[in-house]
Design a protein around this ligand. Structure first.
Ligand SMILES: [Zn+2]
Ligand SMILES: [Zn+2]
Length: 98
């Protein structure tokens, strides 16, 4: 099964709710090359932030205002659990139509 283009959304600012710095072309390229590697949605400083620090990165779900943090889920995931399930269903419906 090919999912190379699955979830391909390129961000150009750091997704940390506390940061929002512009990402470098290196990070943007990485997102294109490694669409499943969510950590490049954050700038270098946020990427290096330990998950258990008080400044651990927090980011928002793409579909709802829910704030996620790396101690709850995979760092940089696009959707919260609830939206992730909804998205998964939407995708499998799209796939079924083809
Ligand atoms: Zn950042
Ligand atoms: Zn959500």
């Amino acid at each position: 099964m090919s999912d190379r283009n699955f979830n391909k959304i390129i961000d150009n600012v750091c997704q940390s709710v506390d940061c929002h710095k512009s990402l470098t072309s290196y990070e943007i390229e990485r997102q294109k090359l490694l669409p499943r590697s969510w950590r490049y949605r954050f700038c270098r400083i946020c990427r290096q932030m330990p998950d258990n620090s008080s400044k651990a990165v927090r980011w928002r779900c793409r579909l709802c205002p829910q704030i996620m943090c790396a101690s709850d889920t995979v760092r940089g995931k696009y959707y919260c659990n609830r939206c992730g399930i909804a998205e998964g269903k939407r995708r499998s419906r799209l796939k079924a139509k083809k």
